[in-house]
Design a protein around this ligand. Structure first.
Ligand code: AMP
Length: 378
């Protein structure tokens, strides 16, 4: 019996455990909080990721380790990797944890990125704003996610406010300035690479964010083969350069029909949740297959899929459950403002039928924003 250890016990760990059950796998989760929602399906060790006693107990009870959370301290991943195989590797994790290292690697690999600059101090911020121009975004290099740790600089007059908001973090997590991209759309590639280097992607996904948080995904994205193939080539170059093992997502902006890379998420990704019902093999199952060295599953799509994130609180399930292609995922979390508490995936054979389903669900829930998006994809 193989036990997979997962660092981080949120919904990603929960969905990994659910998808691993038919493979005969057991799981053990390490999280800092006792009510981590993966703990409803897998034994949970509660401890800090830097706590060697907790890590030692975790290591002693698992055969292999992976992550549901990319901000596990790199030293902890390193420490663990001396005691159990860890996938993706601590090196891949370290690159993905640092927006500066990540964007530098993208550029080295010929993957287009928005203009960026390291911002070690206030003088560097002034110089970077002068070079890159406004609008631009000041971000923390590490520990930012879902739009947290970011400040939009609309005009040079905002530089002081940006430094007041984030300057104190320059010394500990570092700062990076990026050009603001007036993108038409956001896209992501969810891809998997096996231990033997086999590489597969799911169809390109189109994403809508609200306040920096993913709100809806559509797959396949409305994109021609040239655009999709360019995105897949970028993902492959990245995976090969890092010797990556497991599932990851490459988030991209699409502007004037061209791609610019935003970030690499070194784990299963919210924009790949639709793969549970919308693909032959889900991102969760393929992540487990990859890290365990098993053959990868087919990533082909079953029609068209739309994923709706439930943020803050779960809406009424009936609107989704009554749809023939409606699938409900409640993460078993307490409601809290801004928290991802669940999602729904809607599936249909054609994009027109999918748009109708999304519109019906949006109308039944009284969500004009969902109805408006349904109209935009029709
Ligand atoms: P991130 O945490 O970098 O993934 O950013 C969260 C969201 O903020 C992205 O999905 C975009 O919607 C937006 N965003 C981040 N960086 C930029 C940028 N350079 N230009 C425009 N929008 C951005």
């Amino acid at each position: 019996m193989t036990t997979v250890g997962i660092l981080g016990g949120g919904q990603l760990a929960r969905m990994l455990a659910l998808s691993g059950a038919p493979l005969g796998l057991r799981f053990l989760v390490l999280d800092t909080v006792a009510d981590a929602c993966a703990g409803q399906f897998a034994p949970l060790i509660v401890g800090d990721y830097r706590d060697e006693a907790a890590l030692a107990e975790f290591a002693a009870r698992i055969d292999i380790a992976t992550f549901d959370f990319e901000n596990v301290p790199a030293e902890s991943a390193q420490w663990l990797s001396a005691r159990a195989p860890v996938f993706p590797s601590p090196r891949a994790l370290a690159v993905a944890q640092d927006r500066l290292a990540e964007k530098t690697l993208f550029r080295e690999l010929g993957i287009p990125v928005p203009e960026f600059a390291d911002v070690p101090d206030r003088a560097a911020l002034l110089a970077a704003v002068a070079r890159i121009g406004t609008p631009c975004i000041l971000k923390t290099r590490r520990l930012g996610y879902d739009g947290k740790g970011q400040f939009r600089i609309k005009t040079p007059a905002d530089v002081d406010a940006a430094w007041d908001a984030l300057g104190a973090q320059a010394a500990n997590v570092g700062l990076i300035l990026e050009a603001f991209v007036p993108f038409e759309r956001e896209l992501s590639v969810v891809a998997v690479r096996g231990r033997d280097g086999e590489f597969r992607t799911w169809p390109l996904t189109e994403n809508w964010h609200v306040d920096g948080v993913l709100s809806m995904s559509l797959a396949p994205a409305r994109a021609d083969d040239a655009l999709a193939n360019a995105a897949f080539a970028h993902a492959r170059a990245l995976a090969d350069a890092l010797g990556y093992v497991g599932v990851f997502a490459l988030e991209l902006f699409c502007k004037d029909g061209a791609l610019l890379a935003n970030e690499l998420a070194p784990r299963v990704h919210n924009s790949g949740h639709w793969t549970i019902e919308g693909s032959e093999t889900s991102q969760f199952e393929n992540h487990l297959r990859a890290v365990l060295g098993l053959p990868l599953g087919d990533t082909g799509m079953l029609g068209h899929a739309c994923m709706l994130n439930w943020i803050g609180a779960m809406p009424d399930a009936d609107a989704v459950l009554r749809e023939p292609g409606g699938h409900w995922h409640d993460y078993g979390k307490e409601p809290r403002a801004g928290r991802k508490v669940g999602h729904a995936t809607l599936r249909a054979d054609t994009i027109a039928a999918l748009a109708r389903t999304v519109r019906r669900v949006g109308a039944a829930l009284g969500r004009d924003d969902i109805v408006a998006r349904a109209e935009s994809i029709d």
